[in-house]
Design a protein around this ligand. Structure first.
Ligand SMILES: [Zn+2]
Length: 54
């Protein structure tokens, strides 16, 4: 395993809102879960409407 790269770049992520591939940026920080900030907002708004604590 290449320890010089963060593990988050080694797994594919699809947008939780529209299902598009999400490119991960290298470096520290959280994994990106959505293709855009707008889709992240839409997803959380929808989940809250359904009663999930996101
Ligand atoms: Zn999206």
């Amino acid at each position: 395993m290449d320890c010089t790269k963060p593990a988050k770049t080694q797994c594919d992520v699809t947008c939780g809102h529209c299902g598009a591939d999400v490119e991960q940026t290298e470096g520290r920080g959280r994994r990106k879960l959505f293709c855009s900030a707008e889709h992240g907002r839409s997803y959380r708004r929808r989940m809250r409407a359904l009663g999930f604590p996101v």
